[in-house]
Design a protein around this ligand. Sequence first.
Ligand code: SF4
Ligand code: F3S
Length: 106
Amino acid sequence: TYVVTDNCIKCKYTDCVEVCPVDCFHEGPNFLAIDPEECIDCSLCVPECPAEAIYAEEDLPPDQEHFLAINAELAPQWPVLTEKKPAPADADEWNGVPDKLPLLER
Ligand code: SF4
Ligand code: F3S
């Protein structure tokens, strides 16, 4: 599966959802999660993310490995998003800020 990681939090640009052939992005208040049961590993979403927040499971940086479980937990709880929507007004200010997990809204 592919995994959305820390830098999506409070950025949530949503470019990723437009290219997913199986509609496996699920939207929370300030983060998107990929359902590992649905992702077909096509990799199309990776270059679409302006925050470079999406990784293949096997390529996850060591400090992002906990996001595998976070995606698996949250995706089934959240609705599918298939169309790009405006990012938060302050998204660019949060792009690149490390360790945003305490700010993740569920
Ligand atoms: Fe969707 Fe492909 Fe990205 Fe998986 S790798 S989330 S199937 S676009
Ligand atoms: Fe998040 Fe990047 Fe998609 S910031 S919403 S993973 S385009």
